[in-house]
Write a protein that binds this ligand. Structure first.
Ligand SMILES: Cc1cc2nc3c(=O)[nH]c(=O)nc-3n(C[C@H](O)[C@H](O)[C@H](O)COP(=O)(O)OP(=O)(O)OC[C@H]3O[C@@H](n4cnc5c(N)ncnc54)[C@H](O)[C@@H]3O)c2cc1C
Length: 289
C-alpha cells in the first residue's frame, strides 16, 4: 500500500526539530519508522509532515551515569542487543532487545520509538515498568521527567505533547542483588508477543526479596504493571508458595482479549507460567551477581 503524500524535514538538532513540530500541528516524528510507516501505508496515520530525527546528534548512547543506565531515545535495538554493558549488568533489558522483531527491524527500530508508540504489544514498555524507569522529554520550555508508571495512559497514548521529543530513558543503575528476566511467547520468531512477562528483583545476602517489579506485554489495552504481584514478593524469601501466589496475582491483573493468538484463558495461563519461570531465572541471576 502507498501512504498519502507528506512533506519531509530532516533537522540536525533537537531545537530545530522542536521548532518544526511547533509550527506544524499535523507533523509526526520519524525515528526508526518501523511502526509509523506501516501505519501510514495502511492509512491509519496521515501526517502532513514527517520530522525525521535520525540526523539529530547526541540521541544515541548507552551509558551509566549518576546512578542510572541512560539510553538515548534514538538508540537502535541492535545496539542494545550488542551492548556488553547491557549483557553484563541488565539481563532483563538484554532479554528484551533480543526478542524484539527480527534482526532487520532491530537495525532501525529505536528504544524511544518503541516506548513513544505505546503499543501494548511492544516489548520495552513492560520491561521499563518492571525496572521503574524514568523518561526524559524535551519541549519548547525545556526538559521534563516522566515516571514510566504515568506514561502509558491508553492504547497508543502517552502524556507526550505534540511538540515534545522523548530524548532519554533512565533505568536505575545495577546494584548488588539485582536480577531480572523477560520471557515471551510468540507464534513464530519475529512476531509480537502472544503474552510476555518482565521481572526485576533485588535480593539481599540472605536471599530475601528487597524490591520487585513485574510488567506484562500484550494482555491488555496498555502495558500492565502488576503492583499486587510484586508486593507479594517483597520481604519474602521467594519460596515456591510466594512465587505461586505472585504468578496467580499477575494472571489476575492481565486483561487479555481473545484473538487469533489465543483465548483469554490461554493468555492468562501464559502469564502465570511465564511469571513463575521469569522469577526463577531472575532469582538465579540475582544470586549469581
Ligand atoms: C515486522 C515487525 C515486527 C515487529 N515486532 C516487534 C516485536 O516483536 N516487539 C516490539 O516491541 N516491537 C516490534 N515491532 C515494532 C518495532 O520495534 C518498532 O520499530 C517500534 O515499536 C517503534 O520504533 P521506531 O523507532 O521504529 O519508531 P517510529 O515507527 O519511527 O515511530 C513510532 C511512533 O513513535 C513516535 N516517536 C518515535 N520516536 C519518538 C521520540 N523520540 N519522541 C517522541 N515520539 C517519538 C513517532 O512519531 C510515531 O508516532 C515490529 C515491527 C515490525 C515492522
Amino acid at each position: 500500500m502507498i501512504p498519502p503524500a507528506f512533506d519531509y524535514a530532516s533537522p540536525t538538532t533537537v531545537n530545530e526539530a522542536l521548532a518544526l513540530l511547533g509550527q506544524n500541528p499535523d507533523a509526526k516524528i520519524l525515528a526508526g519508522g518501523h511502526s509509523l510507516l506501516p501505519m501510514m501505508k495502511f492509512r491509519l496515520a496521515s501526517p502532513a509532515l514527517l520530522v525525521d530525527i535520525n540526523k539529530v546528534d547526541g540521541l544515541a548512547y548507552i551509558k551509566e551515569e549518576g546512578g542510572w543506565l541512560k539510553i538515548g531515545a534514538m538508540t537502535r535495538e541492535s545496539e542494545v542487543d550488542r551492548s556488553a554493558l547491557v549483557k553484563q549488568k541488565y539481563p532483563l533489558l538484554a532479554d528484551t532487545a533480543r526478542v524484539i522483531a527480527d534482526p532487520i527491524v532491530r537495525n532501525w527500530a529505536t528504544v524511544g520509538g518503541n516506548l513513544a508508540h505505546a503499543d501494548p504489544a511492544n516489548d520495552h514498555p513492560a520491561t521499563m515498568l518492571a525496572y521503574g524507569a524514568r523518561l526524559v522529554a524535551a519541549g519548547p520550555g525545556g526538559t521534563r521527567e516522566i515516571a514510566i508508571g504515568d506514561f502509558f495512559v491508553g492504547p497508543f497514548t502517552t502524556p507526550l505533547e505534540h511538540n515534545e521529543i522523548l530524548t532519554e530513558i533512565r533505568i536505575p543503575a545495577h546494584k548488588a542483588g539485582d536480577g531480572g528476566a523477560y520471557l515471551k511467547i510468540e507464534r513464530k520468531v519475529g512476531d509480537y508477543a502472544t503474552a510476555a512477562v518482565a521481572v526485576q528483583i533485588n535480593v539481599d545476602s540472605k536471599g530475601r526479596c528487597m524490591s520487585a517489579g513485574i510488567g506484562l506485554t500484550n494482555v491488555g489495552l496498555t502495558p500492565i504493571r502488576t503492583a499486587k504481584a510484586a508486593g507479594l514478593l517483597v520481604g519474602s524469601s521467594l519460596d515456591d508458595a510466594t512465587v505461586k501466589a505472585a504468578a496467580n496475582a499477575a494472571a489476575e491483573a492481565a486483561e487479555p482479549s481473545a484473538d487469533n493468538r489465543g483465548s483469554e484463558d490461554y493468555k492468562r495461563s501464559l502469564v502465570r507460567t511465564l511469571t513463575t519461570r521469569a522469577l526463577k531465572t531472575a532469582v538465579e541471576r540475582a544470586k549469581a551477581g
